[in-house]
Design a protein around this ligand. Structure first.
Ligand SMILES: [Zn+2]
Length: 249
């Protein structure tokens, strides 16, 4: 399938800013969704924009999608309201057809991750839905000002959450839950570590430290993301930087 894809707004007009910044987060999700779809043989047309105003940014996106004759136009967003509202929702032009069916699967897949499912809503007025020739979906992944939503997605990463979006488009792409079931179990030890190797909550150098593995300590790798291994060490589970890991078998 040929998919026109954009990740919420532009560097010049940020969209929602809550506890997190919608533009920054959706650009990260955009890269993972694009990567996963392309790995499964789909063509992704970059419909991001650097325009200065919201209307020109929206127009550039749909113009690009239309001139590339995409089969589906998908616009990724984060909602924000009053800090209490939370959950996932999608917007489509009409309550039948390709976009409606995919949007339903998308919100159901996000519900499985623990997000409240606010449902698929119909609008004939929203720009992306009105001006895209192809069936179009505005997917509001969750709320960037909701602590509850951030708690659900932050222990994972947008990478893991991207599978639940891609699975709604192509069911050959597995959801996050299935990805975790096929985890490996590789024995490993530390490499070039003199004081200790930190196990962190998330795959990021700034993430909270859970514990530290002593130099040459043994642990198990359960799965791997770019630059990070998710490991078990005694009763602890978390991420360690792949730079300091030596595989034993
Ligand atoms: Zn938005």
């Amino acid at each position: 399938m040929k998919i026109g894809l954009r990740g919420g707004h532009s560097a010049n007009c940020l969209g929602a800013v809550g506890l997190r910044n919608e533009y920054e987060q959706m650009q990260s999700l955009y890269r993972y969704v694009k990567d996963t779809l392309e790995k499964h043989g789909h063509e992704v047309i970059d419909c991001n924009s650097n325009a200065n105003t919201e209307s020109s940014e929206l127009r550039e996106g749909t113009t690009n999608a239309n001139s590339n004759k995409v089969d589906l136009y998908l616009s990724l967003h984060m909602n924000s309201f009053n800090g209490n509202a939370h959950g996932t929702e999608a917007w489509v032009y009409k309550d039948s057809g390709l976009a409606y069916n995919i949007a339903n699967k998308m919100t159901e897949n996000y519900e499985k991750l623990g997000f409240y499912n606010r449902g698929v809503k119909v609008s004939t007025g929203l720009h992306d839905l009105k001006y895209s020739y192809a069936p179009a979906i505005i997917f509001e992944t969750c709320f960037c000002d909701s602590e509850k939503d951030i708690e659900i997605w932050s222990p994972d990463s947008w990478k893991t959450l991207s599978f639940n979006i891609c699975n709604a488009i192509d069911d050959n792409i597995k959801e996050k839950e299935i990805i975790q079931e096929v985890k490996s179990d590789i024995k490993a030890t530390t490499k070039n570590v003199t004081t200790g190797l930190n196990i962190r909550e998330c795959p990021s150098d700034s993430s909270k430290i859970i514990t530290s593995i002593k130099p040459n300590g043994l642990f198990h790798i359960l799965w791997t993301e770019i630059g990070w291994h998710f490991v078990s060490y005694y009763d602890y589970l978390g991420y360690v930087s792949a730079d300091y890991v030596k595989l034993l078998e």
